[in-house]
Design a protein around this ligand. Structure first.
Ligand code: SF4
Ligand code: SF4
Length: 410
């Protein structure tokens, strides 16, 4: 290795060969970043934490997240890779009254990308080791230890978009990122010179205002993170979730750079329409075994079935799907999880009607969990008010109909 370190031509050639080989290894973009600490990122992460914008899913140690030398002994380079994923669903099933469907975000279509990207990095590592047997490497896929986005940006994979994704003209934001810290003295690439310009479409389209500035995300308000939590969601955010079961793609869908981009060359990410746009009602009582069979190898399963079931309940409420009342009443009465019972109450309150109101009143008499009770109380009040308003407007309509002047021909 020592001799080779002095042989700059060897490393230049190796890097060029690696770039040439990348496509054949199943990698769409590859670049090299220097392993210097990410000082600017560190400042941003500290401010982010102070402002309460973290999701809670990130690694806690900001020093480790921004200094590769704390993760790897004497790093000399970081190789960043990206692998594209599809943005379009072939033959999507229809969501309609009586058969309402939810949607999983594109980043969870097909096989879990962590597994796929790890296999791509393993192939790359084997390719490198064949040429440099003394290779030392530490591969990372969304571990939260190092920022995949900061590494990719420095390695010239793409620029940091205002929607906080790394993007480039070839693949847009539809890319998974991963990296490998190495002891190879590869020449770093330069960040690409491109930007969003004056566009603000993603910021304008975000349903919750979670993009608080260009590239600055308040994860606490981001639907993508909220769909992954397991707790009760606020009334405002439940309305914004719509029919999203996992993740949110809005700030990518509206992005003009993404227009017409649909990477389909990786069979692992081919989506099963019934899996990624499933019927909502059957999810309410899906068994652990069935859930594992259907979603076990999908990246949405990392939090278990509870968030998806809770979001399915929310979606039925947002659809105001009257046909789902019996199934939601069953959740309200029988589900052992207070969050599910409370969320079912919220949905029933939103759908309204006699059966929903009666079930809410009954539940108020039996519910013991304070948080669920609170939601049930509010949902019952909302359903009662809606019923009263409906009754009043029907009475008024009837009265007005009765006061119509008689037709002179009758
Ligand atoms: S993922 Fe959805 S909620 Fe989050 S920033 Fe983008 S548009 Fe907003
Ligand atoms: S929508 Fe516009 S501002 Fe947002 S990431 Fe795309 S190009 Fe940039």
């Amino acid at each position: 290795m020592e001799e080779r370190i002095r042989d700059a031509a060897f490393w230049t050639r190796l890097k060029a060969d690696m770039k040439e080989a990348a496509y054949g290894l199943g990698i769409d973009d590859i670049g090299v970043a220097s392993p210097e600490p990410f000082t600017e990122l560190k400042g941003r992460l500290i401010r982010h934490r102070e402002l309460g914008y973290e999701s809670g899913f990130e690694a806690k140690d900001i020093d480790r997240r921004t200094d590769p030398s704390l993760l790897f002994d004497e790093p000399l380079s970081i190789i960043a890779i990206s692998v594209g994923y599809p943005s379009k669903l072939h033959n999507p099933p229809k969501s309609e009254p009586g058969a309402r469907r939810g949607i999983l975000s594109r980043s969870s279509w097909g096989e879990d990308y962590h597994t796929v990207l790890r296999s791509r990095l393993a192939r790359l590592e084997a390719w490198l080791r064949e040429r440099v047997p003394e290779l030392r490497a530490e591969s990372m896929v969304d571990t939260g230890e190092l920022s995949d986005r900061a590494v990719a940006e420095r390695a010239g994979i793409g620029w940091s978009g205002k929607n906080s994704f790394i993007m480039n003209r070839k693949h847009g934001t539809w890319i998974y990122l991963a990296e490998m810290i190495t002891n190879l003295p590869l020449e770093p690439d330069s960040p690409i010179e491109d930007s969003c310009g004056s566009c603000t479409k993603c910021i304008d389209a975000c349903p919750t205002g979670a993009l608080v500035g260009p590239g600055q995300l308040n994860a606490q308000r981001c639907v993508s993170f909220v769909t992954q939590t397991k707790e009760m969601v606020s009334d405002e955010l439940m309305r914004k979730i719509g029919n999203r079961l996992y993740g949110c793609d809005t700030c990518q869908i509206v992005c003009p750079v993404n227009k017409g981009i649909n990477v389909t060359r990786h069979p692992e990410f081919k989506a099963d329409p019934e899996q990624v746009k499933p019927l909502l009602e059957p999810l309410l009582d899906i068994s652990n075994r069935e859930y594992k069979e259907r979603y076990g190898s999908n990246s949405s399963s990392w939090r278990g079935k509870k968030p998806i079931q809770r979001n399915a309940v929310i979606a039925l409420g947002n659809f105001r799907e009257k046909g789902a009342v019996p199934a939601l009443v069953k959740v309200l009465r029988d589900d052992p999880r207070p969050v599910l019972r409370g969320t079912a109450a919220w949905s029933l309150g939103r759908i309204g009607g006699e059966a929903a109101l009666q079930a809410l009143k009954d539940a108020l008499g039996t519910e013991e969990d304070p948080e669920a009770r609170d939601v049930i109380g509010r949902a019952a009040a909302a359903a009662a008010a809606a019923a009263e308003a409906l009754e009043a407007s029907e009475a008024l309509e009837a009265q007005e109909a009765g006061q119509e002047p008689a037709s002179p021909h009758s």
